[in-house]
Design a protein around this ligand. Sequence first.
Ligand code: G1P
Length: 292
Amino acid sequence: MSTKPLRKAVLPVAGLGTRVLPATKAIPKEMLPVFDRPAIQYVVDEALAAGIEHIVFVTGRNKAAIEDYFDRAYELEDTLRLKGKTGLVQELEGDLRPAGSMSFVRQQSPLGLGHAVWCARDLIGDEPFAVMLPDMLMMAKPSCLAQMKEAYDKVGGNIIAVEPTDTPEQYGIIDPESRDGRLLRMKGMVEKPKREQAPSNLFISGRYILQPEIFGLLAYQQAGAGGEIQLTDAMARLMRSQSFHALEYDGRTYDCGDKLGYLRATAAFALAHEELGAMAAETLRAALADEK
Ligand code: G1P
């Protein structure tokens, strides 16, 4: 089974963010702040911490702000320099990635996650790649993708991160067969099962390491749950011919897909902030006390 090194990641960012309207009417949901940084920055940082060298964003209309965010902001930098705010300029420069290490491709119609990933096929080529769903923010040390990469370096093949959930009907759910520590073998997986039909409580939490053969399956994948081309369905087919593991990673997933999930993530990342965490805790406590 392939253990070609993992160098590239696909970040599907074409979604409309309807569950967080009106905040997302004029800006992409990936640019909404989670405490002091846009949500997408956390995901990019996670990718870099796992040694990813090239990131492919699958974007859509009205997502130009994401491209701009990862580019230089000349006017802003000049203005900051003139005002003597060199610390801030350095901070912005520090976040810049080397030229040519990010690509952007458009998904023209919202046909589903499987289709979004398929749109990256030419940029990924014939090598393994990660998929990272930017709605899901992971708090983990080492980062979730780094833990997956460690497992990948041992067992190769395909690996997905999983975590327990109380709401299996909202997610892709795995059907586990056996377990070796945190690594599970699976019999199958199903996208958004009815609660009573869920094969387990372990949900696919939005981080994947996949082999490029998935693209051939995605090309002919029929629409599944919700009428969309589902990545889960193509993975369930890939499982028949390739090694596939689920990793119950050590950490916690925050689903920023809706307003309360956003609030939870913002609180959690504020509390975990290196410099401002203690003050954030005080601020949150004070806000709650005011409500009583
Ligand atoms: C997608 C995947 C699903 C996964 C979920 C994690 O669903 O299809 O398998 O569990 O992301 O957020 P979506 O949230 O796009 O409906």
